[in-house]
Design a protein around this ligand. Structure first.
Ligand code: UDP
Length: 412
């Protein structure tokens, strides 16, 4: 029985019965990382023959379109809510309102959200208000501070409050959910779907099914022919640019000047605060640093796979680097992805220039002395199949649940 049916007194929307016999599973995707991490779930659902719809909130536009293209996904519904200067108030209410309309029109038996974005949070709230069960992919990540990272930590805690099923990527995430009061029988430890995406893209690069953009590939090949190492640097988080980013950028510049034996790549969002910081640090003038607009995921995987140095404030890149067995330096004060630190592959650098230099020395010697070996702390590459096996096992129950909800809605 569906535990949400009892909420029917709050549901006063009149809506028609679904035209189809079966109600779809509906995936919400708003940003690039959600696209990358949901793509394997989508394809696994399709393979299982489960009717599935993708609703793209388009919190990111161009970055997300590239992901859809790469993974051969055409969203069924695009909410197109992105506005110039959008803030959290606008985004939250726009996603809440528009997903409500979508849910009332499509009658999903399950809404699946991923991670910690404002889209995930607001869409899961809309589903909750309508009595539709929510499944949370990548559930249970936590820092000890609700405002770090902001607003993501609050978003994922809120999704945990309303979700019916929690797909935790790691045992540590399971433990966090238990500490936060989630019932054990609602938590499923599946691994992180990013490992599924990473390995599938890496394989397609190896078999040349995917081709790499010429500007990136040529620079990598030239560097390797000259016996140079590859470095990947990404910093994009809002809080990184509110904090002492200048000292970090100076330390990186110093290192790059002292080590001409490495070719660095820095894909970044060309927003004014980033451009100012990069210009002030004098990074544009370095010949062995290639600064470009964000690269598509296949280029990112290509670079990660070849990099000796990985320096990032991104959550996903921490998981990817560690999964490829590569050392990664984390340009944040706190990480909700401690597995990499505990397995000895990630170091938290924060904004301390000395820690950064020490970290770079460590990464250099790590790669010289040890061969990168794939690690499974974030999953074995089969997370999406485990998630879909769960959905399949509960499919009839979910169908019965939504039928009851629709009938109740009509009676209100
Ligand atoms: N990524 C990408 N191109 C880039 C930078 C990142 O495809 O230029 C990928 C990266 O591999 C990871 C995801 O985007 O899978 C991370 O997204 P982001 O750093 O925006 O978010 P976070 O992981 O911090 O939530």
């Amino acid at each position: 029985s569906n535990p949400f049916v009892k909420l029917h007194p709050y549901i006063n929307e009149k809506s028609s019965m679904p035209e189809l016999n079966e109600s779809p599973v509906l995936l919400i995707i708003g940003t690039r990382p959600e696209g990358i991490k949901m793509a394997p779930v989508y394809h696994a659902l399709k393979r299982a023959g489960i009717p599935t719809l993708i609703c793209s909130t388009m919190q990111h536009t161009q970055l997300l379109d590239e992901v859809f293209e790469l993974f051969d996904i055409v969203p069924d519904i695009s909410l197109n809510i992105m506005r110039q200067g959008q803030d959290l108030f606008y985004l939250t209410q726009a996603v809440l309102q528009k997903t409500k309309e979508v849910f009332l029109a499509k009658h999903p038996c399950l809404v699946v959200v991923q991670g910690d974005t404002t889209s995930s949070m607001a869409a899961s709230l809309a589903a909750f208000y309508l009595g539709i069960p929510v499944a949370h992919v990548e559930a249970g990540l936590r820092t000890d501070d609700i405002s770090i990272p902001f607003p993501e930590e609050m978003n994922r805690r809120m999704v945990s409050m309303v979700a019916a099923y929690h797909f935790a990527p790691t045992p540590a995430a399971v433990a966090n959910l238990l500490v936060h009061g989630v019932r054990r029988e609602k938590i499923f430890c599946t691994g992180n779907t990013i490992v599924d995406a990473l390995h599938s893209v890496k394989e397609k690069i190896q078999t040349k099914e995917l081709t790499i953009r010429a500007d990136i590939k040529e620079r990598v090949m030239h560097a390797q022919m000259d016996g140079k190492e590859i470095g990947l640097f990404t910093v994009h988080r809002r809080e990184s640019f509110n904090g002492p980013i200048d000292a970090t950028l100076q330390a990186i510049k110093q290192w790059i000047l002292e080590h001409p034996d490495t070719m660095w790549f820095y894909p970044f969002h060309p927003n004014p605060s980033v451009i100012d910081a990069v210009r002030n640090a004098g990074l544009f003038s370095l010949s062995n640093l290639y600064i470009c607009e964000p690269v598509s995921y296949k280029e990112l995987v290509y670079l990660l796979d070849r990099a000796t140095y990985i320096l990032t404030d991104s959550g996903g890149i921490q998981e990817e680097a560690v999964s490829l067995g590569k050392p990664v330096l984390v340009l944040r004060e706190k990480t909700e992805r401690m597995e990499g630190v505990l397995v000895g592959l990630a170091r938290i650098i924060g904004s301390d220039p000395q820690a950064l230099r020490d970290g770079l020395e460590w990464a250099a010697s790590y790669q010289k002395n040890l061969k990168s070996e794939v690690t499974h702390v974030y999953g074995d590459g089969h997370a999406s199949e485990k998630i879909v096996a769960f959905i399949q096992a509960h499919y009839d129950e979910l169908q019965q649940g939504i039928k009851k909800i629709v009938v109740l809605r009509q009676e209100v």
